[in-house]
Design a binder for this molecule. Structure first.
Ligand SMILES: [Zn+2]
Ligand SMILES: [Zn+2]
Length: 285
């Protein structure tokens, strides 16, 4: 873990920790030019008192799973899929917890095109695309259909609320509450002012927003309809909702460290609460 990737807050509930395992959108990348911000696709974990919530199963989930396996994790883990675009599910096939008999993995996702989340995943993770199905894994896997506008009580003071994002093939924005701490995961979303106004109401009360910053502000005109935003919209969403800060993520595979560093400076100049995600970033909620 990089020293620069650590962010700790004093006085917060030390038992709830958010970690970022993947910061890329669309495609995983590797090479010295991606060392600072990371090359794996979307995955975030939130751990509290023996519970694990995972947001998206991009390639970053493999490293999370390896850490949990090394720690001897057993029990229930809840995986929420914002949507099933490949950059958000591809890590699932090699997720180490799938191979533990002591794990119950509950996968939450939306129905699409007449298929529930189990059917959608089985459509990808089966021959000839992949040699084994998810259900052949040793872990006990459960599937839970979710949709927009829901409030889900997961027990132990953990709740998840959902909100419809603007994205091709659709996507869910997720509000995670653990005790008194609330944060919003808002990736894969093309935000305009009207959307930000509504989303800010959904996010109100959250201390932290994690937002889609796939593109630079000047790229958005050419990428209209692609379902993504820049740091500018994420900053506005966070400020409008009254959050303390925003972490921008889901960077386009073509943006290297030099490019992202320049964008991060611009975002922080616009609002001091803005930072860009780095793999290994760890935050106490
Ligand atoms: Zn994506
Ligand atoms: Zn997507």
């Amino acid at each position: 873990m990089k020293e620069g990737g650590k962010q700790e807050e004093k006085g917060a509930d030390k038992e709830t920790v958010l970690e970022i395992w993947g910061t890329r959108g669309s495609l995983a990348v590797s090479g010295p030019e991606y060392e600072e911000y990371g090359g794996n696709t979307s995955c975030i974990s939130i751990r509290t008192a023996g519970r694990v919530l995972i947001l998206d199963a991009g390639t970053g989930i493999s490293r999370l799973g390896r850490m949990l396996a090394e720690e001897g994790f057993r029990g229930r883990a809840d995986l929420f899929l914002s949507h099933v675009h490949l950059d958000h599910i591809l890590g699932l096939a090699t997720f180490p917890l799938l191979f533990s008999r002591d794990v119950k993995l509950v996968i939450h996702g939306e129905a699409r095109m007449g298929k529930d989340i189990r059917q959608q995943l089985n459509h990808i993770f089966e021959p000839p695309y992949w040699p084994v199905c998810l259900e052949q894994a040793q872990a006990d896997i459960g599937f839970q259909t979710i949709g927009e506008g829901q409030h889900l009580d997961l027990g132990d003071g953990i709740a998840v609320d959902t909100f419809r994002a603007r994205h091709p093939d659709q996507c869910l924005m997720l509000k995670i509450s653990v005790g008194n701490s609330t944060m919003v995961y808002a990736t894969d979303c093309e935000m305009d002012r009207e959307f930000i106004r509504k989303a800010a109401e959904f996010a109100r009360g959250s201390r932290l927003i994690i937002a889609d910053a796939q593109y630079a502000p000047e790229e958005l005109e050419k990428k209209r309809g692609w379902g993504h935003s820049s740091w500018m919209q994420g900053n506005l969403l966070a400020r409008s909702s009254g959050a303390d800060r925003v972490i921008h993520t889901h960077f386009d595979w073509s943006a290297d460290d030099i490019c992202l560093s320049a964008r991060e400076s611009q975002a922080a100049e616009d609002w001091e609460g803005a930072v860009f995600a780095r793999e290994g970033m760890r935050i106490q909620l």
